[in-house]
Design a protein around this ligand. Structure first.
Ligand code: PXP
Length: 241
């Protein structure tokens, strides 16, 4: 049964819309923790468009569940991660103009730079995960650097026809099995919603799902605690029952 990591970036996005102090993403994280989330994900972007330095410090101090810091390999951000000491650092590609993380890291192309960042972070005792597209070559390269990967589920989540949905899901299943065969812990996330999470949660061996936007959108109507609890039920589906 996969674990659920809740991404709280969008709480900070709403705060930044007025550059004020609320809603407080740390307060949101504590509610997610109370509602049964297994970890909290926050992306400290280089442009600080939502989560800021004080948020990550407070998250580190106040969370009892795992803190997964999503981040680029920018040296300043890597320095902050080393000081903050999250339980996990998930490395993602980052472009200023994008609305959200648009694709996985190209581990093959950026192998050398990633190698030095992964080593730096793991020397600091931080577990490193690489956010990659579900492509064999990326898993092969990732396996040389880390023990944990997060498969990008964007193509699956955005697909429009039943045929392509089956194809993308099958690929996620195959790449999860392949990652496990390589000895990797396999997580997944991006674009997962209440209607399409169950199929990914049912993939044998899937370790953790990281979900943000759909939970926060639903929370607007049912409250954050209820929204997280509903997603916990979907993520922790027991396929043997
Ligand atoms: N995992 C990673 C690596 C991400 O970059 C994001 C988006 O910040 C998510 C999961 C969550 O995606 P969503 O907000 O679409 O659920």
């Amino acid at each position: 049964m996969p674990l659920l990591g809740v991404n709280i970036d969008h709480v900070a996005t709403l705060r930044q819309a007025r550059r004020e102090y609320d809603p407080d993403p740390v307060k949101a994280a504590l509610i997610c923790q109370q509602a049964g989330a297994d970890s909290i994900v926050a992306h400290l972007r280089e442009d600080r468009r939502h989560i800021n330095d004080s948020d990550v410090k407070r998250l580190r101090a106040e969370l009892k569940i795992r803190f997964n810091l999503e981040m680029s390999i920018n040296p300043k951000i890597v320095g902050i991660a080393c000081r903050i000491q999250p339980d996990q650092a998930t490395l993602v590609p980052e472009r200023r103009q994008e609305l959200t993380t648009e694709g996985g890291l190209d581990v093959v192309k950026n192998f050398k730079r990633l190698k030095s960042v992964c080593r730096h972070l793991s020397d600091e005792g931080i577990c490193v995960s690489l956010f990659i597209d579900p492509i064999k070559a990326q898993l092969d390269a990732a396996r040389e650097l880390v023990a944990v990967i997060e498969l990008h589920t964007g193509r699956y989540a955005e697909t429009k026809t039943p045929v392509s949905l089956r194809r993308e899901l099958k690929n996620l299943e195959n790449m999860t099995a392949y990652g496990i065969k390589l000895g990797l812990t396999v997580n997944a996330g991006h674009g997962l919603k209440y209607h399409n999470t169950l199929s990914v949660a049912e993939i044998p061996g899937m370790h953790e799902l990281n979900i943000g936007h759909s939970i926060m959108a639903h929370a607007m109507f049912v409250g954050l605690e209820a929204a997280v609890k509903e997603m916990v039920v979907l993520a922790r589906t027991d396929k043997t029952s």
